[in-house]
Design a protein around this ligand. Structure first.
Ligand code: S3P
Length: 423
C-alpha cells in the first residue's frame, strides 16, 4: 500500500463498531436466555474469531448485512467443541473466553496464532486457579491452554496490572462461582463488561476501584447497539490534527470515560476537537469533529494509560509532528500487545528520521521535524500499520506499508475510508 503526502482531509465518516463491545456482545448474548440482536457489530477478524468459537460450542449465530443475531443457550447451555477453539490474533477472545470456559463441565483447549502464543496468559491462569479452575498452559504462561471441568468459588483478587481483559476473565468465571467475586484494579480500565452485565440483569457493583459480582441465576437477552470504536476514530483524530487545512467529523463514536484518554491528551497537545450530538445510552456516544492545529509535546503517564492504551502508537505519531518533547511512561503493557508496540514504533519512527528514544516503560519523542516517507514494517500489528499510514500522510515523500492487509483485524475498510476523506 502506497501512502502519498496529502492535502486537507475533509468530510464526514463513521468508523466500525467498537471491538471490545462487539466481543462482549457475542459472548454474553451466547450465555443469555433469549435472542440478542447486535447492530453496529465490528466485522473484523478478531470479532469473527469470537463468533467462530461460540459456534463451535453449539451457539447459533447468524451474520447478516445489518446485524448479528445470537440465539442464547443460557448460562449452562454451551456444548463441548469437537476440536480446539482457535482465537486467531485476538487477546480479548482468548482471555475472556477462558473465564467462561473455566466454569464449563467439559474439557477444552484454546489456541491462537503465533502472536497469541507469545502473549502472557499466566495473568489469567493464576486467578482462575485460585477460583478452583483446573487450567494448564505451556510453561504455565502461554497458549495452548487446556481447561478441565471444575467447581469454582468466588475470590477477592487484586489485579497486578490494569487490564480489562484480566478483570473480565475473572468476572466471567464469577458467573459460575459459588459466592461473590471481587476484583480490585490498580487504576480503572474499560468497564464494558460491567455495563453489559448490568444491562443483562447481573448484579455488579463498582465502588472506586473495587468491582463485586454476585453470581446470577441467568442472563436476560437484550438488543445491543455497538457504538463506533474510539480506538479506530483515533487514527482520524490524529490525521485531522496533523494534515494542514483538515476538518473532518466522525459520527457515532463511543465515548465511555474509561476510553477517552486520547481526547484528553490530544487536547492537551493543542488539538481542536469538538463533541456534538451527545447521547447517553448503555454506552455514551457522540460525534467528534477535528480541525487541523499546531500540536505541542506533552507528558503521558500514570492513571490515564489504561484509558488510551491502544491509542499510544498513533499518539506517538502525533508527538512526531508536535513541537517539543513528548514523554510516554508507565506503558510497559505495550510490550505484550499484538506486537511489542514500544519497540515497533521507536524503530519505525527512527527509520523515518524522527528523534525518538526507547525507555524502559515507554519512549521520548522530540517532534517538530517533518518525518521522511519510507517503506514501513508493520510487525503484523493492525494498529502499527494504521498509525504509520497516518504518519505518511504528512511526511516528506511517499511511504509504503508492508502487509497492510493486517488492518482487517480491527478495521477492514481503513484505507478506503482514508481515501474517501482525500487521503
Ligand atoms: C481490551 C483491553 C485492553 C486492550 C485490548 C482490548 C478489552 O487490553 O488493549 O485491545 O476488550 O478488554 P488489556 O486489558 O490486556 O490491557
Amino acid at each position: 500500500m502506497q501512502i502519498h503526502p496529502c492535502g486537507p482531509l475533509r468530510g464526514s465518516i463513521t468508523v466500525p463498531g467498537d471491538k471490545s463491545i462487539s466481543h462482549r456482545a457475542v459472548m454474553l448474548g451466547a450465555l443469555a436466555s433469549g435472542t440478542t440482536h447486535i447492530t453496529g457489530f465490528l466485522m473484523g477478524e478478531d470479532c469473527l474469531s469470537t463468533i467462530d468459537c461460540f459456534r463451535k460450542m453449539g451457539v447459533d449465530i447468524e451474520v447478516t448485512d445489518g446485524e448479528v443475531v445470537v440465539e442464547g443457550v443460557g448460562l449452562h447451555g454451551l456444548c463441548a467443541p469437537e476440536e480446539a477453539l482457535y482465537t486467531g490474533n485476538s487477546g480479548t477472545t482468548t482471555r475472556l473466553l477462558c473465564g467462561i470456559l473455566a466454569g464449563q463441565p467439559f474439557t477444552v483447549t484454546v489456541n491462537g496464532d503465533a502472536s497469541i502464543q507469545k502473549r502472557p496468559m499466566g495473568r489469567i491462569i493464576k486467578p482462575l486457579r485460585e477460583m478452583g479452575a483446573s487450567i494448564e498452559g505451556k510453561n504455565d504462561n502461554f497458549c495452548p491452554l487446556t481447561l478441565y471441568p471444575s467447581e469454582l468459588h468466588g475470590i477477592e483478587y487484586r489485579l497486578p496490572v490494569a487490564s480489562a481483559q484480566l478483570k473480565s476473565a475473572i468476572l466471567l468465571a464469577g458467573l459460575y462461582a459459588e459466592g461473590q467475586t471481587t476484583v480490585v484494579e490498580p487504576t480503572p480500565s474499560r468497564d464494558h463488561t460491567e455495563r453489559m452485565f448490568r444491562a443483562l440483569g447481573v448484579e455488579v457493583e463498582t465502588e472506586g476501584n473495587v468491582i463485586t459480582l454476585d453470581p446470577p441465576e441467568d442472563l436476560h437477552a437484550v438488543d445491543i447497539a455497538v457504538p463506533g470504536d474510539i480506538s479506530s476514530a483515533a487514527f482520524f483524530l490524529v490525521a485531522g490534527s496533523i494534515v494542514p487545512g483538515s476538518e473532518l467529523t466522525i459520527r457515532n463514536v463511543g465515548v465511555n470515560p474509561t476510553r477517552t484518554g486520547i481526547l484528553d491528551v490530544l487536547r492537551d497537545m493543542g488539538a481542536d476537537i469538538t463533541e456534538t450530538n451527545f447521547r447517553d445510552e448503555a454506552e455514551p456516544v457522540c460525534d467528534l469533529t477535528v480541525r487541523y492545529s499546531k500540536l505541542r509535546g506533552v507528558e503521558i503517564g500514570g492513571a490515564i494509560i489504561p484509558r488510551l492504551i491502544d491509542e499510544l502508537p498513533v499518539l506517538a505519531v502525533a508527538a512526531a509532528y508536535a513541537e517539543g518533547e513528548t514523554v510516554i511512561r508507565d506503558a510497559q503493557e505495550l510490550k505484550v500487545k499484538e506486537s511489542n508496540r514500544i519497540a515497533a514504533m521507536v524503530t519505525e519512527l527512527a527509520r523515518a528520521g524522527v528523534d525518538v528514544e526507547e525507555t524502559e516503560d515507554g519512549m521520548v519523542i522530540r517532534g517538530g521535524r517533518q518525518p521522511r516517507g519510507i517503506s514501513f514494517q508493520t510487525y503484523k500489528d493492525h494498529r502499527i500499520a494504521m498509525s504509520l499510514a497516518v504518519l505518511g500522510l504528512a511526511a516528506h515523500g511517499d511511504s509504503r506499508i508492508a502487509d497492510h492487509e493486517v488492518v482487517a483485524i480491527s478495521y477492514p475498510d481503513f484505507f478506503r475510508t482514508l481515501e474517501s476523506l482525500g487521503g
